[in-house]
Design a protein around this ligand. Structure first.
Ligand SMILES: [Zn+2]
Length: 240
């Protein structure tokens, strides 16, 4: 059966002399790996379209029970090419694709995460600072995956006091009264970021150009992503 989907290209791997296996993140059915036959040939209609973080409309066939389907068509909807002319945005794009490769499950639609990816990629194309967009992506991914809760209420006493720290084992966000020691202490700037800036679409991050992202919040996000994935983000080993 021929299936259509809207998808981000995550990665492609060598398969045969002329073919790639392409890892997609689809809006309709989560992750999927498909063979792109003949994609290495000069005249392949796939050429240029199956590149990292491109948004494409795909058509594919996949037999029930088989691991690998076959890509029939991949039409470009929106190219991510411009992201790779800049070191920071290419690192962020590769890191987003790596995280999705590792965290998204085959056959499980993640519509909200798909929209998050689309908004994050667009924001970077519109020249929002990549590091801010990437951390925005991490924050929302962790929320959608149920790792982070909303910082509205203290996880321990339930008061609506301003959160001061994030400590998963103590119930998540903690108010100054409940926070004793440990966890990730957050300054006013981080709290404001989470409550105000991160509650809006990432396009608004353009205003943060030239500003440094708060270190303590970044450390907290990386720590939780590490636990979600079970190890470091390889693409970020060289630092961002
Ligand atoms: Zn409390």
């Amino acid at each position: 059966m021929l299936t259509k989907a809207e998808a981000f290209v995550l990665r492609k791997y060598d398969f045969t002399e002329s073919s790639f296996i392409v890892h997609f993140f689809t809006r309709e059915a989560g992750a999927i790996k498909l063979v792109a036959k003949g994609a290495k040939r000069q005249k392949s209609p796939f050429r240029g379209n199956i590149e990292t973080m491109n948004l494409v409309e795909i058509e594919f066939v996949k037999k029930e029970g088989s691991d690998l389907g076959t890509l029939r068509q991949a039409e470009l909807v929106s190219s991510a090419f411009s992201l790779f002319s800049d070191t920071e945005s290419s690192k962020a794009a590769f890191a987003i694709s790596e995280i999705l490769c590792r965290a998204m499950v085959e056959g499980q639609a993640e519509e909200e995460i798909f929209r998050l990816v689309r908004a994050s990629v667009s924001a970077m194309k519109e020249k929002a600072p990549p590091r801010w967009v990437f951390n925005y992506f991490l924050y929302w991914l962790l929320k959608l995956e149920g790792v982070l809760s909303s910082p509205g209420l203290c996880g321990k006493c339930g008061s609506a006091d301003i959160p001061r720290a994030f400590q998963k084992e103590e119930g998540g966000w903690l108010c100054p009264k409940c926070h004793k020691e440990g966890g990730f202490l957050l300054g006013a700037e981080s709290v404001n970021l989470i409550k105000e800036v991160f509650s809006k679409p990432p396009a608004g991050l353009s205003q943060k150009k030239g500003q440094t992202f708060p270190k303590e919040l970044e450390t907290m996000l990386y720590f939780n992503i590490y636990h979600l994935l079970g190890s470091d983000i390889n693409t970020l080993r060289i630092g961002m």
